[in-house]
Design a protein around this ligand. Structure first.
Ligand code: HEC
Length: 323
C-alpha cells in the first residue's frame, strides 16, 4: 500500500499532461475530410491515457491521505471549500479530481463514438474534452499547492542572519525567569483568542460548569473539526459555575491546553476557590496546576492525547430567552 501511495506525485503527471496535450489533438481532429482518422486516434489515445492515469492517481491519492496528518476528507465541512488552509485545499483537490473522473468518462465516450471515415471528431467531443482538460490542469495545480504547503510546514524555519557590527558586549542573564510561575498569563489573555462557542455550553466533563472554548486563530478551523492541532496552539476553556441550570455569575476555573514542541501540556487555574467548593481540590483556596503536575492525572484520562475526543464534546446550551 505504501509503495502504491508514494508515487501519487509521479502518477498525477499523466492526467495533467493529458490536460495540456489533449486540447491540441481535439482541435486538429475537428477538420473534416480525408486523412483525419489519425487525429481521432491521437485524441482517443490521449483520452484513454488520461483516464487511466487519473484513476491511478485518485487511487494512490486516497491511499496516501492517511499519511498527511490532515483531517479525513469526509469530516471536512463543505463550508471550508473557499478557505485557504490545508483542509480547504485538500477538499478542493478531492472534489476537482472526482469531477474530472466523471467528465473524463463523458469526454472519452464522446471521442470514441463511431464516426464516418471523412468526418471530424465532433463538437461534443471537443467541448467535453476541453472542459475535462481544464479540470485536469486545475486539479494538478491544486495538488501542487497542497504538496508545497505540506513541505513548507515540514521545513524548519531558516534562522535570520544578523549583521554583527562591533556590538557592545551584552550581558545575558544567567537565570531565565519563568514568567508564568505565578499565573498562566497567556491563558488568562484568552479573550484575545478566537471563541468557538457563541454561548456557554454545559460541560459535565468539567465539573458541570458552563464553558466556552477559545482557540489560537490559526488553529480555530482545525479545532472545530477535531483535527491535529499544530504546535504552538493554545486552547482555553473559560468557565462559569452553574446556577439553577443556567450559567451563574460565579467565575469558575480556567482550563488550558497548549501544544508544545514536546507534546500537549495541560493547565488548571482557579485563583479563588469558593470555600464551599474547596473539597473538589483537596481543600486548597487557590489552585495552579500545570505541565507534569500529578494533580492533572485525572484530566489525562480524557486528555491523554491532548485534545479530548471531539465526538464527546458537550452541546447543551441554555434555552434562549427572547425578551
Ligand atoms: C471526562 C473526560 C474529561 C476530563 C476528566 C477532563 N476533560 Fe477537558 N475536555 C473534555 C471534553 C469532552 C472536552 C470538549 C469540550 C466540552 O466539554 O464540550 C474537553 C475540552 C478541554 C479543553 C479544550 C481543548 C479540547 O480538548 O477540546 C481543555 C483545555 C481541557 N478540556 C482541559 C481539561 C483539564 C485541565 C482537565 C482536568 C482538570 C480536564 N480537561 C478534564 C473531556 C474531559
Amino acid at each position: 500500500m505504501d509503495w502504491f501511495a508514494a508515487p501519487h506525485a509521479l502518477l498525477s503527471h499523466l492526467p495533467v499532461a493529458t490536460g495540456l496535450l489533449l486540447p491540441w489533438a481535439l482541435l486538429a481532429a475537428q477538420r473534416p475530410g480525408r486523412g483525419i482518422r489519425a487525429w481521432w486516434t491521437v485524441s482517443r489515445y490521449l483520452g484513454w491515457l488520461g483516464l487511466g492515469g487519473l484513476l491511478a492517481s485518485l487511487l494512490s491519492g486516497f491511499l496516501s491521505l492517511s499519511g498527511l496528518g490532515l483531517v479525513p476528507v469526509h469530516r471536512i465541512p463543505l463550508r471550508l471549500l473557499g478557505g485557504s488552509g490545508p483542509e480547504s485545499l485538500l477538499l478542493r483537490h478531492v472534489l476537482l479530481g472526482s469531477g474530472a473522473l466523471l467528465l473524463g468518462g463523458a469526454a472519452l465516450w464522446a471521442m470514441t463514438r463511431p464516426r464516418k471515415e471523412h468526418q471530424s471528431l465532433g463538437l461534443l467531443a471537443l467541448g467535453l474534452g476541453l472542459l475535462w482538460s481544464l479540470l485536469l490542469v486545475l486539479t494538478g495545480d491544486n495538488g501542487h499547492g497542497l504538496a508545497h504547503l505540506q513541505r513548507r510546514a515540514a521545513t524548519p524555519p531558516v534562522p535570520a542572519t544578523v549583521a554583527v557590527q562591533a556590538a557592545p558586549p551584552v550581558r545575558v542573564p544567567t537565570v531565565v525567569r519563568d514568567p508564568e510561575a505565578q499565573a498562566p498569563l497567556r491563558a488568562l489573555d484568552y479573550a484575545a483568542l478566537q471563541p468557538v462557542h457563541p454561548d456557554p455550553v454545559k460541560s459535565l466533563a468539567h465539573g458541570g460548569r458552563w464553558i466556552r472554548a477559545w482557540v489560537s486563530p490559526e488553529a480555530a478551523e482545525v479545532y472545530r473539526v477535531g483535527g491535529t492541532l499544530p504546535p504552538g496552539t493554545l486552547v482555553v476553556l473559560s468557565s462559569q459555575e452553574d446556577r439553577w441550570g443556567r450559567p451563574g455569575p460565579e467565575v469558575g476555573p480556567l482550563y488550558a491546553l497548549e501544544i508544545q514542541a514536546a507534546g500537549p501540556s495541560l493547565t488548571f487555574y482557579w485563583p479563588r476557590v469558593p470555600a464551599e467548593r474547596s473539597r473538589e481540590v483537596g481543600g486548597a483556596a487557590r489552585v495552579y496546576w500545570r505541565g507534569g503536575d500529578a494533580q492533572l492525572e485525572a484530566c489525562r484520562t480524557c486528555h491523554a492525547a491532548g485534545l479530548a475526543d471531539p465526538a464527546k464534546r458537550s452541546r447543551w446550551r441554555p434555552a434562549r430567552r427572547n425578551d
